[in-house]
Design a protein around this ligand. Structure first.
Ligand code: NAD
Length: 882
């Protein structure tokens, strides 16, 4: 019998320790969690696992099993040290090895000579070497012995395994480890460490493939009127296929962006720059149908709009990473969010890395030149702003031109006689009357009953318009005084006469009264119009003050000349250029306190081929960040000269022309072969976050262009990512498995949608009962639970969720957990059965029917008595059953 130390007393460690003690070894289990160790010493089992308590009590009683705090206290005289510490998996499958490395570093100096360290945690290929390095002991062999137990039947699986896999460079060490399993009958596969580690991942990936496969078949069954239960049964009798893992269900259990990050989306031909949280509020009612997101295919010259297959949001409490690149672009994601990275060299193949794995050796792509989709009508309609201003068409007065007066004369009989006379005399109508008489708005001018300035309905979207908007974004604001609104541009009292003229002539050209006032500190151009203010703010969305300014979405689909005119207006208003250290180097700068404006400007510049650097900082006395856009490096400056007035261009051109050496900005490269600009990671910091996180799926490319034009990988559901990632790192594109991952993601959505359907399409404020919260039956493990993935999506959409689970979990965000299945269904409009606990089959359906407010059941595990439910008048939805 051997002396074994087990490091980590979780699902795997405690099972391993208790089972090894059971078959006769002397086992000391260690954990860093002192409370857990104290409970175990008293014989209290911290996890739910069938039969585990008996084995632990047996081991404590016969003295073969003991528990200590701290790995060093377990290994003093051990022959084998089993590492069973967590390897939290990230979004693209790579594992966080820090727990393993810490444990190995800790025990390295304490291990007796000639002892063997066995790794039972699930680790990426090559981790055996990592453990060897962390141990720093040449006399200690490191062996891989992956664990295949299933939670819920862990003891049974450990003592009756299908096979035992041992990976070792040193055959003698492998034989020693296999001898520990004496008495357990199973084939032992001895191989090298890389093969042992791959076996674990490949087995998991294959099982996930089976689940996704049968879930996809279930979708077909629903469409063709077949029953998945029979289909799976019929398939399973084929001995090459087998019955295991052919049960459809809610999918297998996800990485994300925080709500303030942005993306460019297109729907019905309209391009918009939106925050994830704003977008989610909208897609909540539309689903993913018809939405496209700007995405980038590595190696392609430009990003493109591609269909989104799903959007998700879920509450998240955990760590996020703030990733900042050398060109100042920044993004915050969950720690396990995958990024597209390269080493910044032309011949490098982009790979995926998780947020927390990024280092300053990584380079991230920046999207530029997005496809020119000129799809704007060439003009704006000011009356579109009525709704945004909350203005009643009754309160809007139209002044008619001759043609319209003529139409009024012809059609006026609809109006009461007095009103008709008045209208013809004053040549005005209320907007509501105009609509009634079907008189086109095109040639009229509009004002409100309380405001004297009249504006046209139609404004041309030409270069002069966009430059005027640029000047507004730089120098304008909307002042509010009761119901009155004034749009103001403030310029230098004397030096900016040309800008004053640009604004004045544009609006006077549209027939709008403009006031120009010379004040002591500024020359102010203003227009008093509630209608115009409502349109600028509510339809163009330019913002009212320096803090909420943003680029109007209408410009995304405008010709380059319009985009340039907008940016020129911004730069004319607030931009500057200066010589660096007296020249000849030049820097062009623009500062704003609006993150949204900086985001939009960086993207617009990127579309026009100018990659600006972003600096974020606080000026003295300021309480908010200022975002500085800086264009430097002779080539970049020369490509951006159009931002400046012609008189200044020549001077700058002379200066950059003198630069013998063309120094490009550091940490930024344009790769010709890879058709992309890449920025080097400057810092990655981790912090605690508690809030909603968002994700989306672009099935064609798996990438999305996010804030400040940074390209990241899309979010990925967990598990099988490991294999995809391992393959990818080894240069193989595992398309089949990527499909498996996509099907799984869709499965969550399909189940959630079935629930929404049962609720009649409305989720907000509706009560949903959930039976089953753990990731599978007979365990209390909530990690990667599909049930929670689905419920938290619904909670984020305003559903009130009450859940019951036999393992009695607590502290789940967005779900009230009760201790009785009937209490869970009280007043609910849908009961969702999400985990396959056997006891749900035997519950009293009459009692359930009496308690529910509406008789709807979504049975994601096809577990309940369908006929019994239908008999009681329930609307029943299973998976793969028509
Ligand atoms: P777990 O989170 O349940 O338990 C890990 C335990 O290790 C915790 O109690 C933690 O306090 C302890 N720990 C962390 N660092 C330590 C240190 N330095 N010294 C002592 N104790 C330390 O994890 P788990 O589910 O048991 O999984 C462990 C490993 O086994 C993971 O790599 C996992 O992927 C793999 N695995 C899990 C399962 C499963 O079904 N849970 C199955 C097969 C493989």
């Amino acid at each position: 019998m051997s002396k074994i130390a087990v490091i980590g007393t979780g699902y795997v460690g405690l099972t391993t320790g208790a089972c090894f003690a059971h078959i006769g070894h002397d086992v000391v289990c260690a954990d860093i969690d002192a409370g857990k160790v104290e409970r175990l010493q008293r014989g209290e089992i911290p996890i739910l696992e069938d039969g585990l308590d008996n084995l632990v009590h047996e081991g404590i009683q016969n003295g073969r099993l003991s528990f200590v705090v701290g790995a060093v206290n377990a290994v003093q005289d051990c022959e084998f040290a089993y590492l069973c510490v967590p390897t939290p998996q990230g979004a693209d499958g790579s594992a966080d090895l820090s727990y393993i490395e810490d444990a190995a570093r800790e025990i390295g100096p304490e291990l007796p000579s000639e002892s063997v360290v066995v790794n039972k945690s699930t680790v990426p290929v090559g981790s055996t070497r990592v453990v060897e390095r962390a141990l720093g002991r040449s006399d200690v062999a490191v062996v891989s012995n992956p664990e295949f137990l299933r939670e819920g039947s862990a003891i049974h699986d450990f003592l009756n395994p299908d096979r035992i896999v041992i990976g070792a460079e040193d055959q003698a060490a492998a034989v020693k480890v296999s001898s520990l399993y004496l008495g357990i009958t199973a084939p032992v596969i001895v191989t090298d460490p890389a093969s042992a580690e791959t076996i674990k991942y490949a087995a998991n990936a294959f099982l996930a493939t089976k689940i996704s496969f049968i879930n996809a078949v279930a979708a077909v069954c629903e469409a063709v009127g077949a029953d998945i239960k029979d289909v799976a049964l019929g398939m399973g009798y084929d001995s090459r296929i087998g019955h295991e893992f052919l049960k459809p269900g809610p999918g297998w259990g996800g990485s994300c962006f925080v709500g303030s990050e942005t993306l460019l989306v297109r729907r019905d031909g309209q391009i918009r720059l939106v925050r994830f949280d704003e977008l989610f509020a909208e897609v909540d009612s539309t689903g993913a149908d018809g939405w496209e997101a700007l995405s980038w295919r590595p190696g392609e010259p430009a990003p493109e709009f591609l269909p989104v297959s799903r959007f998700t949001a879920r509450p998240y409490e955990g760590d996020v990473v703030d990733v900042v690149t050398k060109m100042g672009r920044r993004i915050t994601t969950t720690v396990d969010h995958p990024f597209v990275t390269s080493d910044g060299l032309d011949d490098a193949t982009p790979i995926r890395k998780l947020g927390h794995e990024l280092t300053t050796d990584d380079w991230l792509p920046i999207a530029q030149h997005f496809p020119l989709v000129i799809d704007h009508p060439g003009h704006g309609r000011i009356l579109d702003g009525l709704a945004a201003a909350g203005l009643d068409p009754e309160a809007v007065i139209a002044r008619l031109d001759d043609l319209q007066v003529e139409l009024l004369r012809q059609r006026a009989e609809v109006l009461p006689a007095a009103r008709r006379r008045d209208a013809l005399r004053s040549r005005t109508l209320r907007l509501s009357e105009m609509r009634l008489l079907d008189i086109p708005t095109l040639r009229a001018r509009f004002g409100t009953t309380t405001n004297g300035t009249y504006v046209p309905d139609v404004v041309p979207f030409d270069e002069t318009f966009w430059r005027m908007i640029g000047l507004y974004l730089a120098e304008g604001h909307i002042a509010e005084d009761g119901a009155r609104r004034r749009i103001c541009w403030s310029f230098h009292p004397t030096d900016e006469a040309e800008l004053v003229e640009a604004v004045r002539t544009f609006w006077e050209g549209c027939g709008v009264k403009v006031t120009v006032r010379r004040l002591q500190t500024a020359t102010q151009v203003s227009i008093s119009s509630r209608l115009l203010a409502a349109w600028l703010d509510g339809v163009l969305g330019v913002g009212r003050s320096c803090y909420d300014k943003r680029i109007p979405d209408q410009v995304w689909s405008a010709p380059d000349a319009d985009k340039k005119a907008l940016l020129r207006g911004l730069w004319d208003g607030d931009g500057s250029w200066s010589l660096i250290a007296g020249g000849p180097s030049v820097v062009l700068e623009y500062g704003t306190v609006s993150r949204a404006l900086a985001d939009g400007m960086l993207r617009l510049l990127g579309d026009l081929g100018v990659v600006a650097r972003l600096k974020v900082g606080r000026t003295a006395k300021s309480t908010v960040d200022t975002y500085w856009l800086c264009i430097s490096g002779a080539d970049q400056v020369e490509s951006a000269l159009w931002l400046l007035p012609p008189s200044e261009r020549a001077e700058i051109g002379r200066s950059t022309g003198r630069q013998a050496k063309r120094i490009a900005p550091t940490g930024y490269r344009r790769l010709t072969q890879k058709h992309a600009a890449w920025a080097r990671v400057a810092s990655v910091s981790r912090r605690q976050y508690d809030g909603t996180v968002y994700s989306l799926t672009v099935p064609e490319t798996h990438t999305v262009v996010t804030s400040f034009g940074l390209v990241t990988h899309q979010c990925f559901p967990k598990d099988t990512r490991a294999m995809v990632r391992i393959a990818e790192d080894a240069g193989y594109d595992f398309g089949l498995l990527k499909g498996v991952v996509t099907v799984n993601g869709e499965q969550f959505e399909r189940v959630a949608e079935k629930i929404v359907e049962l609720l009649g399409g409305e989720v907000e404020g509706k009560r949903i009962a959930a039976w089953g919260l753990t990731f599978k039956a007979r365990t209390d493990d909530l990690r990667e639970s599909p049930s929670l993935e689905i419920l938290q999506r619904l909670a984020a959409r305003g559903a009130i969720i009450r859940g019951y689970d036999p393992s009695m979990p607590s502290g789940i965000d967005g779900i009230e957990v009760v201790d009785d299945p009937y209490a869970a269904v009280e007043g609910a409009e849908v009961l969702a059965v999400l985990t396959e606990w056997d006891e749900f089959r035997w519950l009293d359906l009459d009692k359930v029917a009496d308690a529910m407010a509406a008789l709807n059941v979504l049975d994601a595990r096809n577990l309940l008595d369908r006929a019994g439910l239908l008999r009681r008048g329930f609307e029943y939805r299973g998976i793969g059953r028509s």
